[in-house]
Ligand binder design. Structure first.
Ligand SMILES: CC(C)(COP(=O)(O)OP(=O)(O)OC[C@H]1O[C@@H](n2cnc3c(N)ncnc32)[C@H](O)[C@@H]1OP(=O)(O)O)[C@@H](O)C(=O)NCCC(=O)NCCS
Length: 270
């Protein structure tokens, strides 16, 4: 059976159905192949996103570069112009657009187009944790923006880490800071001492999917093979921080599974 095919117009219509309008700010996590076949590829999706919010709106994509080896012993080196992201074809093509601007965070950068970009990304490299209150993830929420998941589920929703950071859950951050190297737009090397994520702790982010819908924080539409989810991040963060303060392991596998994976080392670091 041949794959369903979508084009710019189909995607635009779905974004409209979701309620995205001119002037909105959206952070987009995506899977291009989720639609089936997209005429025009990643560029058609990017054009539809930019058209939906108009010139007065802002689109952000995650251009993450963090690796599970990043640590004080293995500090990451991030070149804003050269380091590729691992978040897919759409962000990769998006950050090639001449009008896009990428934040300088060494593991959790985002790339953006639109008038809110300076407010959202400036100083991300000074955010002591990657997704905290001085990061684009929180600032977008403060500005009343949205998270859009295209064909991916809550496992790709980076802003959930914002809630984990604010709630100070015991498993999420490395204990010691890392002297990271950042190479900026002018080729200048900057050293920033930052706390990095501890990668690989098994999570179950998808468990919040039904809750977000039930609470009216998220709505969904289909576009051929893809499910698009639109989430209000400030409501999500507030609800989740409250939930995590009551049960810090709510987003994890059972602590036993975490201990089994990380062993004694992990326990003694907490
Ligand atoms: C990993 C991930 C990107 C993979 O999704 P994907 O759809 O397989 O890959 P991409 O979005 O990069 O799209 C490229 C793929 O789409 C397909 N493709 C290529 N052209 C296409 C077109 N015109 N139409 C549809 N699909 C096409 C191909 O399979 C291609 O893979 P290939 O380059 O290996 O040939 C996705 O599952 C994901 O996790 N996205 C979110 C990432 C994120 O934001 N993470 C945050 C973590 S905190």
């Amino acid at each position: 059976m041949s794959k369903p095919t979508v084009d710019f117009k189909d995607i635009s219509l779905s974004l409209k159905k979701l309620g995205i309008k001119r002037g909105d700010g959206i952070l987009v996590h995506s899977s291009l192949s989720s639609f089936g076949y997209v005429k025009g590829g990643a560029d058609a999706v990017i054009d539809a996103l930019l058209e939906a919010v108009g010139q007065e709106g802002t689109v952000l994509v995650p251009t993450l570069t963090g690796k599970d080896t990043d640590s004080p012993q293995n500090p990451p080196i991030f070149d804003v112009m050269k380091t590729p992201c691992w978040t897919g074809r759409i962000p990769t093509e998006f950050m090639k657009r001449p009008q896009s601007r990428r934040s300088l965070h060494p593991t959790h950068s985002v790339s953006g187009i639109g008038p809110l970009v300076p407010f959202l990304i400036n100083g991300h490299e000074n955010s002591i944790t990657p997704c905290g209150k001085n990061s684009p993830y929180y600032r977008l929420a403060e500005k009343g923006g949205y998270i859009l998941l295209i064909g991916v589920d809550q496992e790709s929703n980076t802003t959930i880490h914002t809630a984990e950071e604010l709630a100070e859950v015991p498993y999420h951050m490395q204990r010691e800071p890392t002297d990271t190297t950042i190479i900026d737009y002018h080729g200048k090397r900057i050293i920033k001492r930052l706390y990095l994520h501890r990668w690989g702790v098994p999570r179950r982010f998808q468990r919040i999917d039904g809750e977000l819908e039930r609470l009216g924080i998220m709505r969904k539409v289909k576009c051929e093979g893809s499910t698009l989810r639109l989430i209000k991040p400030m409501q999500m963060i507030n609800w989740l921080v409250d939930r995590l303060r009551k049960d810090p392991w709510y987003l994890c596998l059972h602590p036993f599974d975490v201990y089994r994976k990380f062993g004694r080392d992990f326990r003694t670091q907490m």
